[in-house]
Write a new protein. Sequence first.
Length: 325
Amino acid sequence: MGLLIDGQWADKWYDTDSTGGKFVRSESAFRNWIVSSTDYDNTNSNHFPAEPDRYHLYVSLACPWAHRTLIFRQLKDLEELISVSCVHPDMLANGWEFKEDPSFQDPYIDMGDPLYHSDFAYQLYTRAKADYSGRVTVPILWDKQTQTIVSNESADIIRMFNSAFNDLTGNTLDFYPSELSSDIDAINQRIYDTVNNGVYKCGFATTQQAYQEALEPLFSTLDHIETILKNSAFLVGDVQTEADWRLFTTLIRFDAVYFGHFKCNLKRIIDYPNLNRYLQKLFNTKKISNTVNLQHIKRHYYYSHDMINPTRIVPDGPTTLFRHS
Ligand SMILES: N[C@@H](CCC(=O)N[C@@H](CS)C(=O)NCC(=O)O)C(=O)O
């Protein structure tokens, strides 16, 4: 685990001393947009045109943020247009690595860097910007033509995937319809702060108080969602939106990792009947279960964070992800 400082790799854990034990997530640095050929403006330096076989998506199958982008690639039928590969689940002194390892081969996604055969993800960041300073995170949406990072922000990438390639795929499913955008934004904000990032705030807290301050809002949001799902199929009424998929990637990791490793242990997701049913329904959506690799998920967290789990033992359970009704 580390970061780049003026293009040089430094092996450092998150600094929580300056924030009273709290984990504070950094802003993503690359925020360009892929837009449809109709919206493309070649005078706008943030614009990249939607074209087949031009972009590559680097993910970690363990990472909930990268997982969102993989899900949108499937939901929006982008598999033929955007190539993908994944890092090894262990994130150690050199950060994310591309090393080959048959014991972690995923049945659907190749491990490695097919474009440059890099050893480490940080080499992609320095290829894009030689003097880059900051964290080296996944997902990374890469432009093969200009050899740079389009975006390393999953929230932006799923919005691009939602609409930019529609003319090429003919898939017009809309997970961010304009009439629901303010409701989606509002629930996203709460879920991001207290659940998606909330589990990390609990897990990476280095004081009791910082942990406590993250734990309570996490479970009050889960309780609130349990109530929403009593009368509604999805978070924003009966329409499936990006808000559901943004929540899904945290829920699917919750009982296996966040409950134990991150100490988010007031309740499991299977203890919430509505959330459990909702999670199972999303998991069973066509082409989604293939994006969930629990071996990578468990191995990454339990093995990489040795300050939380010094023995690096990866627990066997849980034996089921859902309570089947
Ligand atoms: N805001 C980013 C966050 C991505 C992120 O933090 N990814 C984690 C993996 S789960 C990562 O790569 N962490 C490496 C680090 O912080 O050094 C996004 O949503 O894309």
